[in-house]
Design a protein around this ligand. Sequence first.
Ligand code: GAL
Length: 840
Amino acid sequence: MRLTRLVSVLFWFLCIHIPTFFCANVEYDHRALVIDGKRRVLISGSIHYPRSTPEMWPDLIQKSKDGGLDVIETYVFWNLHEPVRGQYDFDGRKDLVKFVKTVAAAGLYVHLRIGPYVCAEWNYGGFPLWLHFIPGIKFRTDNEPFKAEMKRFTAKIVDMIKQEKLYASQGGPVILSQIENEYGNIDSAYGSAGKSYIKWAASMATSLDTGVPWVMCQQADAPEPIINTCNGFYCDQFTPNSNTKPKMWTENWSGWFLSFGGAVPYRPVEDLAFAVARFFQRGGTFQNYYMYHGGTNFDRTSGGPFISTSYDYDAPIDEYGLIRQPKWGHLKEVHKAIKLCEEALIATDPTITSLGPNLEAAVYKTGSVCAAFLANVGTTSDATVNFSGNSYHLPAWSVSILPDCKNVVLNTAKINSASAISSFTTESSKEDIGSLEASSTGWSWISELVGISKANSFSRTGLLEQINTTADKSDYLWYSISLDYKGDAGSQTVLHIESLGHALHAFINGKLAGSQAGNSGKSKFTVDIPVTLVAGKNTIDLLSLTVGLQNYGAFFDTWGAGITGPVTLKGSTNGSTLDLSSQTWTYQVGLKGEDLGLSSGSSGQWNSESSFPKNQALTWYKTNFAAPSGSNPVAIDFTGMGKGEAWVNGQSIGRYWPTYVSPNSGCTDSCNYRGPYSSSKCRKNCGKPSQTLYHVPRSWLKPSGNTLVLFEESGGDPTQISFVTKQTESLCAHVSDSHPPPVDMWNSNTESGSKVGPVLSLSCPHHNQVISSIKFASYGTPLGTCGNFYHGRCSSNKALSIVQKACIGSSSCSVGVSIDTFGDPCRGVAKSLAVEATCA
Ligand code: GAL
C-alpha cells in the first residue's frame, strides 16, 4: 500500500517535470477511448460528491472499485460552489478536488461533467439563483450574459483541476469532461439560437485545453471534436455522429429517482445486466451507471419540484453506502465477463448475425482473439440456438457472454450472486433526552408566528411570483392580507386559491384552515378551503412554499412558483365573490426562525414547560440525543410528523415529508424484468408514505449530546420519531444446475481440465462477521424467494447438513451445485440449490 503511494507520488513528480513520458495521453477513435495508445473498455459509475460526506467517499469508491468500476463520474454543482456571484465554496461535501483525489488514490479514473447545467434532480438544475437576476440573461441559449457566466464558471473549474494537476494529461485521474447536458432533448424550443449556442459551447470547452476529450450527452449534432454520447435505459441502438467517435453511454439509469407523493422505483438487475451486455454486444466500449451510488439530497439541494430527500436510485450501492445485493454482485460478474472479452472488443467491430426471430449473435474476431455475445431479445420465450456448431440455451431477455466464442461465462438472467434482506431496527437514543430537565418529553420548542413577523416585510399591489421574490433564499413566502368583513360573525365562505405550486398552508385569523400541494407531474394546483369569517377584521395568511426548484425542460428557469391567483372569497352570505388578487398584499420572505438561526439549536428562547405543543403548525422543535450504538448507518424515522426540514448538529439532513403518500395503484412487488424497462414499470410502496426514513451520516454525530432541530409546518408529534440503524438480516442465494460457474473460475481451456459446475457462494457483509446459521437449504426443486423459500416436490435430505458444514463459522463459503455434492434426489429433473443464511 505504502509502496504504491510512493510510486504514484514519483509518477506525479515525473509527469510534472517530464510530461511526455509520465502523463496519460487520452484520445479516442472509432472503437474506444484510447489511453496511452491503448483502446480501453471502461466501466464507469456516477457518485455525486455532495450527496454523501467526505468521510463516506473512500468507502464508496472502494466498493465501486471492488464492483469492477474503472471510472467514477460526477457532475459539478455550480450553485453549491458559487452561492453568491464571485464567492466560491469548496468546503466539506463541496470539496471537489478532495473527491477527485480520493478517486485517484483508489486508482480509478474520473469523468468530470461540468455542465454547468446538470439537471440531476438538483435544485434549479445546478444554476445559482443569482444567475436569473442578471439583466437580459436567457439560460442555455445564445446570449452574451449567459455565455459569459457559463464560460467563467467552466473555466474556473478547469483551472482548478489543472492547478491541482488532476487531468490525465498532467498525470491525474480525469480522463474525460462533459459540457452542457442533454441539450439535444430540448434544443428545438430554442430555435437557431440553440444551434449556435451548442457550437459556441463546444468551442468554448475545447478552447479550455484540458488535454482530455469532451463529451456532450444526447446531442446528435455535437460538433467536432466533441463526442456525442447516449443516455437512457438502453443504448445498444445508439451510434455516434461520426465514424471517428466511439460509442459511449454516459447514463445507464440503474433505477430511477423518487418523488414526494410517488411510489419507490426499482430496476431489476436482470434487466440492467441485459442492457449493459447488449451495449457491449453492439459495439459500445464505455458505459456509466447513473447512479452507482445515489445518496441523499441534503439541505435544500433537491430539485424538482418534489424530488425526495433520498436519492437512493435503486443503485448498486444504496443511499447509506451499503452494497445492494444481488445488484452489486451480479453487475460485478457482468463487468468481469466483459473484461474477459476486452482484447477482442477493442480489436474490431462486431459482426452481427441473426440466429432467428429475436435472436442475435455478435462476434468480435480478429487474429487469435474471439469473443461472442448471444442475445435473446424476446420478452416471453426462452430459446435454444445453434451457434458455431454448438447449442446454447438463452432465457428470454438475456445475453450470454462467450469470451472465447465457445464457452458461456455468464448469462445476464442467471444470477450467481447472493441477495440480501436488510432491515431497520429502532435504536434507543433517549439517554440524553432526559437532560432537558424541565420537559418530560425531552423536547423544547419555539412557535413560529403566523403571518408577518419580520421587519423586512413589504407590501405590493397584486400577487407576486415566488422565485423572483425569494430568490430561493428560503422555501417559504408569506402572502398576507387583512379584510374588513361586514357580514355576520361566523359566516361560511370559501377561500379559493390558484397557485403555480409547489405547496401551501392557509391560515385564517391565525389558525391553519387548509393545506394543498401539487405533485411531481403537475406542480400547479387550485384549492377551495371552507372558512369561517368573523365580523370586522379578518386576516388571511398564506404560506406558499417551494419543494425544490424545477431542474429539467426547455426554459425551466421561467416556470415560476407561488400564488399567482386568482385568490377569491366565494359565496359569502350575500352570494357575491370578493376577488383579493389585485389588492395590496404584505410579503415576508422566509421565516423568523430562519433569520434567528434556530436550526443550530443554540440560539433562540426554547420553551420547555409542560404544555408541550403537539400537532401544532409552524413549530420549531429541539431535542438532544445520543448516537445509536455500533457502526451501522443511521436514519431518522419521521413517522408522526407532517412536513418540514431537520437539522442534526446544525447540518440539514433535508426536507422531511412522511405524510405525502403515494397513489394506491401502479405497484408490483415482483416486477417482470423481461421486456423494455421504463421509469414507471417497477414500483413498490404504493399507498404508503414516499419517504419515512432520512439518512443521518455517522460522521455528523458525536457519541452523545447531539442536537436535533425540526421545523414542522403543518403539525406533528416529534415524540413519535425514532432513530433506526440499517443492517443485513439474511443472505440468500438460489443457483440452478444450469447456471454457469462463477466468472472467476473461467478457464477457456475447458477441454483439458474437468468442467467446473455451478457454485453457490455466500459472504457476510462485514469482515468481522461469520455465517451463524443456515435458516434454509434445499437441493432439488425449491421454490419461493429470499425470506420465503420452501421445499419443492424434490429435495435432498442432506442439503441442510452439507451447507451447515460448509458455511457455519466462516465469513464466506461456496458449495458446488451438483449431484456430486448432494447426491441425486430426483433423476432426470432440473435441480437447484436455495439457501438462506444469517451472519453474526
Ligand atoms: C437525465 C439527466 C440526469 C438526470 C436523469 C434522471 O435526463 O441528464 O441529470 O436528471 O435524467 O435521473
